[in-house]
Design a binder for this molecule. Structure first.
Ligand code: BG6
Length: 507
């Protein structure tokens, strides 16, 4: 069964807001993120005619590039895209500028200010600036300080700072970083990125819950037996060992992306559709969340690390054999855990979170499993009836599914489960924008709805503090379980659910 729009017109579905004239300043412009995500997202916005004509991008990094060199490097990095849309690229490239800047040097920040004034004159960007810190997290605080000292954050209505993840490495460092950035500008100027919030399907969790009447009455402990949130990846650590070795799956994926999915799935309805009203509810529910066993956290969490796998023809290296990884590394590439939320809506409902690299499928989903029917009147084809499940498919097959029992064809009265599904692709016929397209546009619009507020970030770190402390102080209590690359993680993770007679969903 497919759900379709009553009138699936391809044009006119998008409702776009107008981005005001401005200059987007990217620090770390010679880095990966700039040419892999930011410039492609900006070029997409340009092609969708969503950027104002008074617009400029100023790339900043320590390398002594010229405007021309920056333009040609970006063109090279986006070569296939540029080739497909050469004339659009030529117009877009005219908005790209470059200034060698080391934000640690006060003189550089002052020179940056002068260059921005020149760009304001040239492109009529009217002193509106979005500063994007795509630099090492160690420089987030000092970067904000330099911008503030150079007077570049003075006007909260004209200047914003976008900060990439990770925002801190634990509760104490996040709190400290919040204090620093808030001393440089107002909270409304700070845009903490979590690119999962840029995904259409993650935003859809809110719409599905609060634009329909059928879900909200059953969206609670009376009807929902448990919730599983999965973010599975097929890739390994890639070229990022330097960062990942000190991060691991818990900091890299759970504290941010999985926790954001958890918050949207479990928050109360906001009083109105307003950034602060939404963020209040997210912060509130995260403050009520806790590990299933805070005193003995090793009982509610399993860590794993991928070992060699693949086939003889296509062997896949184990994590410890990856370039840049310590041969005795105890960094987790997989983590699974059980949480509870102590509030009226969710008391007693277990939430199971898992994420891992080198799993068999790339897939992110939220699965709400409902209580079983109280009485089994019919024989079930599979032995016992399947509990109803609502599956919010975040990626890659974007949409939602609902599993319910129907009568199996034939003379008896046997039941069997079927799946009703909604697909973004089938219903809307156009691919969703990359998360960065939406998030960059929102930051430039000054709309913080899809960015994490200081209290949310701190609540998220606080939630995992018992685990982080355990890993730090007594890692043997949370040992690393190896799992073969290309499998669904360590068997020990199954025990987290087995005590409730449950199993991980095998998508
Ligand atoms: C990033 C993590 O934030 O998210 C990466 O640092 C991970 O390790 C990536 O691969 C996953 O994002 P997505 O959008 O591909 O699910």
């Amino acid at each position: 069964m497919g759900a379709t729009l009553t009138n699936p017109l391809r044009v006119g579905l998008r409702q776009e807001r107008v981005i005001p004239p401005q200059c987007l300043v990217i620090f770390g412009a010679s880095g990966d993120l700039t040419h892999r995500k930011l410039i492609p997202a900006l070029f997409e916005l340009f092609r969708q005619r969503r950027l104002p004509s008074e617009f400029a991008v100023l790339g900043c990094a320590r390398r002594p590039w010229s405007d021309e060199e920056f333009r040609s490097r970006m063109a090279e990095a986006l070569a296939p895209e540029v080739k497909r849309h050469q004339s659009a690229w030529d117009q877009f490239a005219a908005c790209l500028f470059y200034e060698p800047v080391d934000l640690q040097q006060p003189a550089d920040a002052v020179r940056l200010g002068t260059r921005l004034e020149a760009i304001d004159k040239l492109k009529a960007t009217r002193g509106n600036r979005t500063f994007y810190l795509s630099v090492s997290p160690a420089f987030y605080g000092s970067g904000c300080r330099s911008l503030a000292a150079a007077g570049l954050l003075k006007d909260p209505s004209r200047s914003r700072v976008v900060i990439e993840k990770p925002f801190g490495t634990d509760y104490a460092s996040a709190e400290q970083l919040n204090r620093v950035v808030q001393s440089c500008g107002q909270e409304q100027q700070i845009f903490r990125i979590d690119h999962y919030l840029g995904k259409e399907t993650v935003q859809n969790i809110l719409v599905l819950r609060f634009a329909n009447t059928i879900f909200e009455p059953i969206w609670n402990r009376n009807y929902i037996a448990n919730v599983q949130i999965t973010a599975a990846e097929t890739v390994g650590v890639e070229e990022r060992a330097g960062y990942y070795e000190s991060s691991g799956a818990l900091r890299d994926m759970v504290q941010n992306h999985l926790t954001q999915m958890l918050a949207l799935t479990t928050m109360e309805a906001p009083g109105r559709f307003d950034p602060e009203a939404i963020r209040n509810e997210k912060a509130k529910v995260l403050q009520a969340a806790r590990l299933a066993n805070e005193e003995e956290p090793w009982k509610c969490c399993v860590r794993g690390q991928y070992s060699q796998g693949g086939s003889r023809v296509n062997p896949v290296a184990g994590y410890r054999q990856e370039p840049g990884v310590n041969a005795n590394s105890t960094t987790e590439t997989y983590v699974a855990m059980k949480l509870f939320i102590d509030n009226w809506r969710w008391q007693g409902v277990p939430f199971y979170l898992r994420t891992g690299k080198r799993l068999p499928k790339r897939l992110s989903e939220v699965v709400l499993t409902f209580h079983e029917a109280p009485v089994h009147l019919f024989d079930a084809a599979g032995g016992s009836p399947t509990a109803n499940q609502l599956i919010l498919r975040i990626q890659p097959d974007e949409g939602a599914g609902f599993v319910f029992e129907v009568k199996a064809p034939g003379s008896g009265m046997r039941s069997r489960p079927v799946d009703m599904h909604f697909s973004y692709d089938e219903s809307f016929g156009e691919p969703s924008d990359e998360g960065y397209v939406r998030l960059l546009a929102d930051a430039m619009l000054g709309d913080p709805t899809l960015f994490t507020r200081s209290d949310e970030v701190e609540a998220a770190w606080r939630l995992y503090t018992p685990l982080l402390e355990l890993i730090e102080d007594a890692p043997w209590q949370l040992p690393i379980h190896p799992y073969e690359a290309g499998t669904w993680g360590p068997g020990a993770a199954d025990n987290l659910l087995a005590e409730e007679g449950l199993m991980w969903r095998r998508p």
